[in-house]
Design a protein around this ligand. Structure first.
Ligand SMILES: Cc1cc2nc3c(=O)[nH]c(=O)nc-3n(C[C@H](O)[C@H](O)[C@H](O)COP(=O)(O)OP(=O)(O)OC[C@H]3O[C@@H](n4cnc5c(N)ncnc54)[C@H](O)[C@@H]3O)c2cc1C
Length: 381
C-alpha cells in the first residue's frame, strides 16, 4: 500500500476518482478499505478495540479520534459532539487511553469559525467561558451569535466531561483563517480547567512563523493568571493550502520561509516548555526522529523522568511505529491517534495521509524504506 501511495500521480488520480465517486454517490468503500484498515481503528469505538489492545500491549496508549471533518448543519455538529463525548467516556477508567481529541471545525460551521476569527475572537470573558466577547457580539448577526454560543457550549461540554472523567483532551489546530477562533476558545478552556495540571491542550503549528512568540505569550499569560498551558506541538498539515491562499489573496504568507525555520522553532518551543514546565505541559506530536530524540535527550539532561506525566510523545496510527514503540520501550509516555468512523467520513483524513508523500518530501516513502529494511533484516536472520 505504501508502494502505491508513494507515487504522486497515483495519489492525484486516486483523489480525483474518490471525489468523483463521492459526488455521484458511487460505492467506493471496498476500494478504500485497505487504506482505512491501515490508518484507522475501525468504523466505531467497539470495532477499534483490537487496535487499542494491540498498542497497549506495547505500552503505547490510544487517542481515539472521531475522523469526520468539515461537518455542516446543527444535527451533524451535535452528532460529532456525541461521538467525542463517547471517546471521553471510553477513556474513563481505562488506562489504555491517553487523551481524547477533537477538531473545533467538527463542532462548528467553518464559515462561522472564519467570521469569528476575522473579528478577533481571542479576547473573551477572561476564562470563564460563559459569554461571547464584545467583538463577537458586534461582528455576528443574532443568528450567528446563537450558533457561536452553541459551539462554545459544545467545546465546554467536552472539556467538562474530560475533567470529570479524570482524563485529558487535545484541541487540534487547523487552517490560519479558522485558527484565531480556535485559539480563543482553547485558551479560555485551559484557563478554566487547567488549575494545577493540564487537562485541556491546545495545538501550535510550528510551520507558522508567529507561533514561537505566540507560545511564549500564552505561557506568560498562564503564569500570571496561575494556570497550566497544555501544548501539543506539531509542524502543521496545511502548508500548500496556506501558501496558495496567501498568494491568491495577496496576504503575508503565514508559513516559515523554509523547513529549517520550522525545525528550529519546533526545538525552541520544546526548550521553552521544558524551561517553564511548571506552567507548560507538552505533547510532542511528530514523526520526525530528530525532534523526538531531541526531546528525549533534553529530558535526560534536565533530570526529568521518562514517565513524567507532563511530557508525552504522539504519532498517528500506521506512521512512525519505530519512534512510538522504541520510545515506549524506553518508558516514555507515548500515544497514537487512532482515527475511527464511517469509511466515507474518513476520506479527507485518508487523502491527507496519502498526500503527505508529495507534500512533505516523502514521509510515506520514508515509511516504506523503513518497512523494506526491516523486512530485509528479518529475512537475513
Ligand atoms: C499525533 C499528531 C497530531 C497532529 N495534529 C495536528 C494538528 O492538530 N494540526 C495540524 O496542522 N497538524 C497536525 N499533525 C500533522 C503534523 O502537523 C505534520 O503535518 C506531520 O506530522 C509531519 O510533520 P513531522 O513533524 O511529523 O515531520 P517532518 O517530516 O520533519 O516535517 C514535515 C513538516 O514540516 C513542515 N514543512 C515542510 N516543508 C516546509 C517548508 N518548505 N517550509 C516550512 N515548513 C515546512 C510541514 O509542516 C510538514 O508537514 C499531527 C501529527 C501528529 C503525529
Amino acid at each position: 500500500m505504501f508502494g502505491l501511495i508513494a507515487r504522486p500521480w497515483m495519489v492525484t488520480l486516486g483523489s480525483h476518482l474518490v471525489n468523483f465517486a463521492l459526488f455521484f454517490h458511487l460505492p467506493i468503500n471496498w476500494a478504500l478499505r485497505p487504506v482505512f484498515k491501515y490508518f484507522c481503528g475501525g468504523e466505531n469505538i467497539r470495532l477499534s478495540d483490537s487496535t487499542i489492545e494491540k498498542l497497549s500491549q506495547y505500552s503505547v496508549r490510544t487517542v481515539l479520534d472521531y475522523s469526520a471533518e468539515g461537518q455542516t448543519g446543527e444535527a451533524a455538529l451535535d452528532h460529532t459532539l456525541k461521538e467525542v463525548l463517547a471517546t471521553v467516556a471510553a477513556g474513563d477508567g481505562d488506562p489504555r487511553h491517553a487523551f481524547a481529541v477533537f477538531k473545533i471545525s467538527g463542532l462548528s460551521d467553518n464559515s462561522l469559525l472564519e467570521k469569528v476569527s476575522a473579528c478577533g475572537a481571542g479576547n473573551t470573558d477572561g476564562g470563564r467561558g460563559e459569554t461571547a466577547s464584545r467583538c463577537e457580539i458586534d461582528c455576528l448577526s443574532p443568528d450567528e451569535l446563537l450558533a457561536w454560543n452553541r459551539v462554545r457550549a459544545r467545546v465546554r461540554a467536552i472539556c467538562e466531561a474530560t475533567a470529570a472523567a479524570g482524563g485529558r483532551v487535545m484541541i487540534d489546530a487547523e487552517e490560519t483563517w479558522l485558527q484565531e477562533a480556535i485559539d480563543g476558545l482553547a485558551e479560555e478552556m485551559m484557563a478554566r480547567f487547567n488549575a494545577d495540571k493540564a487537562i485541556v491542550f491546545t495545538t501550535v503549528q510550528m510551520y507558522r512563523h508567529d507561533r514561537l512568540a505566540y507560545s511564549e505569550a500564552l505561557i506568560n499569560r498562564a503564569e500570571s493568571s496561575n494556570y497550566v498551558v497544555g501544548l501539543k506541538m506539531v509542524r502543521g498539515a496545511y502548508m500548500e493550502k496556506e501558501r496558495e491562499r496567501a498568494k491568491k489573496l495577496g496576504l503575508v504568507d503565514p508559513i516559515q520561509k523554509d523547513k529549517a525555520a520550522s525545525d528550529r522553532d519546533f526545538d525552541a518551543v520544546v526548550q521553552l516548555c521544558l524551561d517553564r514546565i511548571e506552567h507548560a505541559h507538552l505533547v510532542c506530536a511528530t514523526h520526525n526522529e530528530q525532534s523526538s530524540r531531541f526531546l528525549a535527550d533534553e529530558m535526560a539532561r534536565r533530570g526529568i523522568k521518562v514517565d513524567d506525566p507532563r511530557v508525552s510523545f504522539a504519532q498517528l496510527l500506521g506512521m512512525s511505529d519505530h519512534i512510538s514503540f522504541n520510545l515506549a520501550a524506553e518508558g516514555h509516555r507515548v500515544a497514537k491517534y487512532v482515527p475511527y468512523g464511517p469509511i466515507r467520513k474518513a476520506i479527507p483524513y485518508l487523502l491527507r495521509r496519502a498526500k503527505e508523500n508529495t507534500s512533505v518530501g516523502g514521509q510515506t516513502s520514508r515509511e516504506l524504506s523503513l518497512i523494506r529494511s526491516e523486512l530485509q533484516r528479518r529475512s537475513a536472520l
